[in-house]
Structure formats: C-alpha cells, structure tokens
Design a protein around this ligand. Sequence first.
Ligand code: CTP
Ligand code: MG
Length: 335
Amino acid sequence: RIYKRQMICRSDIDQLNAPFLAIYETLKPAEEEKAKQKQLLTLLETLVSKEWPTARLYLYGSCANSFGVSKSDIDVCLAIEEADVDKSKILLKLADILQADNLQNVQALTRARVPIVKLMDPVTGILCDICINNVLAVVNTKLLRDYAQIDERLRQLTFIVKHWAKSRGVNETYQGTLSSYAYVLMCIHFLQQRRPAILPCLQEMETTYSVTVDEVKCAYFDQVEKLGDFGRRNSETIAQLVWAFFNYWAYRHDYANAVISVRTGSLLSKQEKDWTRRIGNDRHLICIEDPFETSHDLGRVVDKYSIKVLREEFERAAHIMQYDPNPCVKLFECF
Ligand code: CTP
Ligand code: MG
C-alpha cells in the first residue's frame, strides 16, 4: 500500500470544521422541498386509494431517513394486505393509473430485483420509485431517522461520507461498491464506538417500539427525544470525526475477521455469523450486518476487485485528511 499507517491526527484539524459544515449546509435539502414531496405523496395516495381502498403509502429511503441530500429521488412503498399479492400485476395496474393521471415517464420494472414503478411528477420535477410491500425498508428507515435525531454529528458525518462516496464512484452497488444505506450504518456504528459514545445502541435498550414484519421482529427504543444530549460528554468535532472515520476504514478495521453491527452496538466476528467463506455470491469481504435482517450482509455486493477499489479510496481519503492542505476540495474531487 502506498499510504502510511496513521494514528495521530494533524494539529490543524479544527480549521476544517467550518468548510465541512459549509458543505453540509449546501447539501441539506430546503424545507420547501419537503413540502413538495408531501404534495406528491398526497396525490399518489388519492390515486391509489381509488383502486385499493385499504392500501397505504409510506416514504422510505433518503427522503424519509433524514440522510437525503437536496434534489434526491423519493422512494415510496405501497403496502397492500392481500393474501397472495401478485406484485407484477399490481405494478402494471398502478402504472396505468398513474399514466392516466398525467404523471410522466411512468415505467413498470417488474423484473428488477426490487420490482418498482418509476415516475416523474411534471409539477415539481420530482422523480419517484414505488415498490410493493417492502415494509422492512420502511421500518429500517424509521430506525435511521431516530438515530439522526440523537446527535447532529451523525447527519453531518453521513452527508459528508455520502458526498465523498458519490464523488469518488464508490456508491454503486451494481459495480460492487456500497449502497447509501450501508454508508449510513457505517456512520452510526462508528459513532456508537467512540469513547465516550456519541450514539447509544437503541436495539439494546428498553423496547418502546415493536413490529413484526415478514417474520422479523423489529424492536428498539424509539423515544429518542428523551435521550436529550446523549453525546454531550464527547466533544469531538466534525473534522475530527471525518478524519477518524476514514482512518478507521483505511487502517484500523479488521477486514479479515470483523463484522460491524449497529444492532449490538459492537463488532461481531465473522466466525459467530458464519460468514467466513463465500456462499453463492456472498463473499463477505467487508461485513455490515443489517440491523433487522441479521442474515443480510450489506457488504455482500463487494467482490475481490471492488474491495480493492474501496480500500484504496478509504486510504486516499485518510491520507488527504492527514496531509492535504485543502482536504475539503481534494476529498470530493470527481473520480
Ligand atoms: N434498503 C434496504 N436494504 C438494502 C438497501 C436498501 O433495506 N440492502 C432500503 C433502506 O430502507 C434504505 C432504502 O432502501 O433507506 C434506500 O436505499 P438506498 O438507495 O441505498 O439509500 P438512500 O438513503 O435512498 O440513498 P440515496 O440518497 O443515495 O438515494
Ligand atoms: Mg434513494
């Protein structure tokens, strides 16, 4: 590897706080964007309820988990309670209904891994994907949103990490790099691990919210407003955290043995997850446990080529954070 192992942060690190916070502010969506999304959701609800009176629509993904940058697409889940739901049939029907109401570029992708209908709202220009009965995604969206309310540094760190990942081309699951969802989990886990901790482990606390979805029990403490300033004893700044995040993934994570787990707020071993060898396409080269579907490794998309790309990008970022005179420019230079 070309970069040296680093442990001690540069002395001028806190001069980077202002520029990082400025980047965060420019990425953050404005309030009126939320209002437009709401408006589109209301329209969709009206159309859907005519055909399926008991069905419900939920927002999930970055438009609802509070980690969405300005002008993101919105992800919607149509929850239908029918014994045997033929998703393709419903999606095709839904596409007809939407088209008839003048929504633009309506497309049913019935053979995708997650089948969806895509559309564009001609009034607001918002792009939208609608899937069916992906209720676990709605629940994990709530978990992420609840974590975001505990300490603002989570949202700041995640925006910067997602922006870096998109700029550097390592947020492409079809090319073997990680999803945005995986990056959010990496940030939550990282802040759970700081000493003193910046985030608690909500799934290890008293249960105040519990649902069972697709036979998966999802339970955790969701009264996060009661946690007040949980992270106040830790005074690390955003620049220090960005530095430490990349340092961790570049030089400190044990890729051979460790699994990061937001569910337990700790590191698990590949051994105990039985993720020690390749099964089918799951290679477990970087292991990120899904908080509810615990048999899911969000790193499963990563292959022997893309793991190199990822680790080199982490090292590049760590090196820039340590030595570059202008990290806030260099870090996000397009790939
Ligand atoms: N999701 C999931 N399991 C995955 C990937 C995604 O459950 N392996 C769900 C999560 O609820 C996630 C949502 O799908 O919030 C959208 O995933 P993704 O597109 O990765 O994240 P976004 O937050 O929408 O990010 P972006 O801003 O890049 O659209
Ligand atoms: Mg999305």
